[in-house]
Design a protein around this ligand. Sequence first.
Ligand code: GLY
Ligand code: MN
Ligand code: MN
Length: 420
Amino acid sequence: MCQMGDGIAVLPTAPHQPRNGDVLFPFRADSDFFYLTQFPEPEAAMVLAPGRPEGEFILFCREKDPKKEIWDGRREGVQGATANFGADQAFPIDELEATLPSLMENKDRVFTVVGRYPEFDSEIIHGLSQIRNRQRSGVHAPGEIVDLSHLLHEMRLIKRKEELHLMRRAAGITARAHIRAMQSTSPGLYEYQVQAELEYEFRLGGSQWPAYPSIVAGGANACILHYTENSCRLGDGDLLLIDAGAEFDCYAADITRTFPVNGRFSGEQRAVYEVVLAAQAAAIAAVVPERPIIEYHDAAVQVLTEGLVDLGLLTGDPAELIESQAYKRFYMHRTGHWLGMDVHDVGDYKIDDQWRLLEPGMVLTVEPGLYIPAAGDIPQRWHNIGIRIEDDILVTRAGHENLTEKAPKAADDIEHLMSG
Ligand code: GLY
Ligand code: MN
Ligand code: MN
């Protein structure tokens, strides 16, 4: 709160999106709102008003309503908001519009998530104009609306102990799910059947839902980076790439494993696999505090490019192939991203145009891959091999910790697991 000066922060949770008719999509709180409040219900907003004598942390939420609760489930109500969520005061959400002007008056600035929820932006602007209309009575309206996102996102980038606890839960559930997927895969199954095994394990472990749509991509589908149809039959001799992560209490895991549908890597599959695995190891080794974040991507690109040359898929000097970006034909994405409440989590990657230095408490994914298209100039034996290996890495004071190491990834370990 000390960064707010003489300001007030106002932040709504996400709208509850209609699906069709009177059916709604499952409700997922706004990540920033949940980060600050842990309040899980829809139709809620929070106000932070430093120095306000009646209370600094105010929650607006749905009132208790025995009739509606019979249909739609329990509500905390304003009593629950103060008793269970640490709010100093709570009011019915229906009173937000009428209350906002008095909360904002005589403040210098309003912090909010500008542009995220246009209806909420209008409510704030409406509140400001109401204060201006009363200017002659001696009140003044805030002169600035400041985007709260950046401030909050820098906080969210460094995970607290309680957050890491939830991320470890999500990671553990997800590792078990990938093991189950490996154990239940065999030729002839459909991708969605393996998806069902995987997501069964998510839910069994207490995850509310996947953190993003699961990618279960057999054979050539693995070369479609965001393949989510998961509708094809798995062929004997194909690889299966699974990129899936559980969400646990609003925190995400993000694991990719690639394994042979029939339980045995072919020679070509194993050769490419070992390159990706070595690239991942090199990239993970570069995840240490005080190093610029770009270094782990560069480490992966180096090993992948050398590997492509060794395999005969590229010819030339690796340094030149990196310079000319020739490797991008087979590796077209970056090596990872921040991970947290959102799978592609918030936080800047550059500060003043320089790649930022890693710090303890940051969590990022390390996910190199190679994707070999069925192109005429590439020998057929390599066609449609798509491999990605992804783990979730916490930066620690001593270096790093792999939160997802329980999901097997050595080729021999995978074959052993699948033979059981
Ligand atoms: N699952 C999305 C990603 O790996 O970035
Ligand atoms: Mn992923
Ligand atoms: Mn990822």
